[in-house]
Design a protein around this ligand. Sequence first.
Ligand code: AMP
Length: 590
Amino acid sequence: MNSFEELGLDKNILSAIKELNFENPMPVQEKIIPMMLQENPQDIIALAQTGTGKTAAFGLPIIHKTDTTLRQVQYLIIAPTRELCLQIADDLKDYAAFNKDIKIAAIFGGSSMDRQIQKIKQGAQIISATPGRLNDLINRGEVNLNKVKAVILDEADEMLNMGFKEELEAILETTPKNRNTFLFSATMPNPLLSIANRYMKNPVEVTIGKKNSGAENVEHISYLVHARDKYLALKRIVDSHPNVYGIVFCRTRQETKDVSEKLMQDGYNADALHGDLSQSQREAVLSKFRTRHLRLLVATDVAARGLDVDDLTHIINYDLPDELEIYTHRSGRTGRAGKSGTSIVIANLKEKYKLNTIEKQLGKKFTTLPVPSGREICERQLFHLIDKVEKVEVDTVQVEPFLPKIYEKLEWMDRNDLIQRFVSIEFNRFLEYYKNIPDLYIPSESKFKERERSTRGGKGNYTRYFLNLGVTDDLKPAQLIGMINDFTGMRDIEIGEIEILKNFSFFEADSTFQNEIIEGFKGKKLKKRDINLEIAEKRRGGGGKPKFNSDRKSSGGYKKSGFSREKRDFGDKKDFKRKSSFSRDKKSRD
Ligand code: AMP
């Protein structure tokens, strides 16, 4: 391994590196720095994740090569977000700590344009900019890029994901044709390749780590659950990792808000980061997260871009991204700076194929685990507490004066009593919550396939049930379906015919879920009346085609034969209409 001295950097920069306590160059720096230091460097495509030391890889050589006698922009760095842009400018200022004549300007949206223009006019030789604001300044004629020797595109794939293609192209068009382009990106999607083909000359490709791969020391875990159980699964996963410090990724702003609000209501140290926040709100959230006052940041991909936190323990994919390459970015936010990390996916069965695609892209397998049971969670929390007790440092001098009184007060308790009570103080919350909660239903592929087959018009296989509730209990089909949903915890059980009679009823449901239905109804009441559900004999000639399923999404049959019987029996036209309108789009619940 080369030392920084051997890479050819000047002594002022070496002094700055020393101040920063960088002992040895990181692999990306070892490769890139000598290439960029050459008299006439070649263009470079560097495939490197954040956290690999890429800022210094391009930052140190440009500080080295900046001509301080010239008061014009010579190096232009473009990065996707304000945070990253500022971070880069700050890092460069650190590298230039002993090169006082180097001026670095950060140019980004959401902040005074005048002050930024002033900075440029004062003779900045290096600009770290976001594409939107820089493009505005170019269009206003406030920045002259004629003397630019190199453009560095940092997190280039992110910039394209964020829709900055046009701005990037416009900026590149404004810079001299003979400039260098150094492109840093975690992945190389096609649109980026086409920009590289158009604007780069004979680029050398440098890959740090595997192409398009997440960090090596990231473990990938998936939990398969029903879509409606995602939030419960999230809670369990978080509860089973008492030290969690991570980002929960959602696909939409609304979901980000919903999930974070629910987490906060449920007592978690969480907050949301999404596009509807003002700059100051965003900064407040980020600052709480960086200082670990927040343990969970619920964020959209766009909002989390440029967020640079090194020691996240977990990345939780509450939703898988539409573009699977984004998964690489997400998971690459943990397992940084040599630490290990875990990337978790909470997926439903329909998303399983996406997991397979990601596995292929990463060249790594997901470990699929069952969602932790209440017992497991309690055990983990308990041992976390015990661990804390074992590791806590006792300041005997400070605590000594209080001890005699404490001993006196606790004297009547024996050792077991004492341990049980002290453990319960922390533990009761979890015990209380989890003691009566069943394990989350794990969808099995065979049931899923069977259901798929039956909804596709295959031979549905129904069980017919007798229920001791009827018209006198004011039972309506809608209510019955609601009960099946609630008691089984499942929304998509195929329901056949429903017959509501005076004092009792019959209904048919997909036989695959016989156990769930029987177990689900056990011990339940309706308006204080004990519910009794039994398997009934099949109707002669009944139990054939599927009529509708309990999420009524793909049913179509809801208005037809499934209810015609009920309509015939009770002839309530209004009621029938009302019921058919409560068809629920499953997506809106997911
Ligand atoms: P980056 O990929 O540029 O975001 O860098 C990730 C982290 O590594 C930052 O906190 C840098 O300060 C740190 N870093 C960069 N180069 C080195 C080095 N040679 N030795 C130790 N830490 C470094």
